[in-house]
Design a protein around this ligand. Sequence first.
Ligand code: AMP
Length: 205
Amino acid sequence: MAPVIRSVTVFCGSSDSVDRKYFAAAEELGAKLARRGWRLIYGGGGVGLMGSLARAVLAHGGEVTGIIPKALLELGVGDTGLTELVVTDGLRDRKAIMDERGDAFVALPGGLGTLEEVLEALTLKQLGYHRKPIAVLDLHGFFDPLWAQFQRGIDEGFIKPEFLDLWYPAPDIDALLRYLDGYEPHGYGLKWTRRTRTSSGPAAD
Ligand code: AMP
């Protein structure tokens, strides 16, 4: 049976200078999380998609936990009026709490911070540190260049093809939520296989 989801950790862009369609997706996700009673766990920012997402959850009667490092809060980019605000000493303990508190991970389009956060969630899953679902909103193919990079890693033997199953690239919010609903956790083989390299190029397992 699929595990019960009560909270979702969302990574997403903090920039205000992006197309309206990205804000609309953040608002749609916020409204739908609230409707399901899934608490939003996020970086605590009031800017960019982060702020729109959090405000949408609250506006629809949902609950939001923001987890923000002291330094960002002091810069004035934190959100006010959240259900709960956890202030951490630094970025690393912030991420650990965000990882711990969410039953699932979701990434919306974003910049370097978003990429770093979703790649860490994927890396930890690859190594067996967690078995939570990871869904990425691939709105209008925003993440296509990243998938192309992953494919390059597979083609050249750096990434095992089975790891393509670590996450779900969702074309829209409803598909993303359906994936989380039906997700069945399972383990993966070891990242490393002992190989005997007899020629140049990727060796067979
Ligand atoms: P970026 O994609 O570079 O805009 O960074 C967004 C991600 O980094 C978010 O998922 C947050 O966890 C974190 N982040 C960036 N800016 C802020 C901010 N002002 N307040 C809190 N977290 C932030």
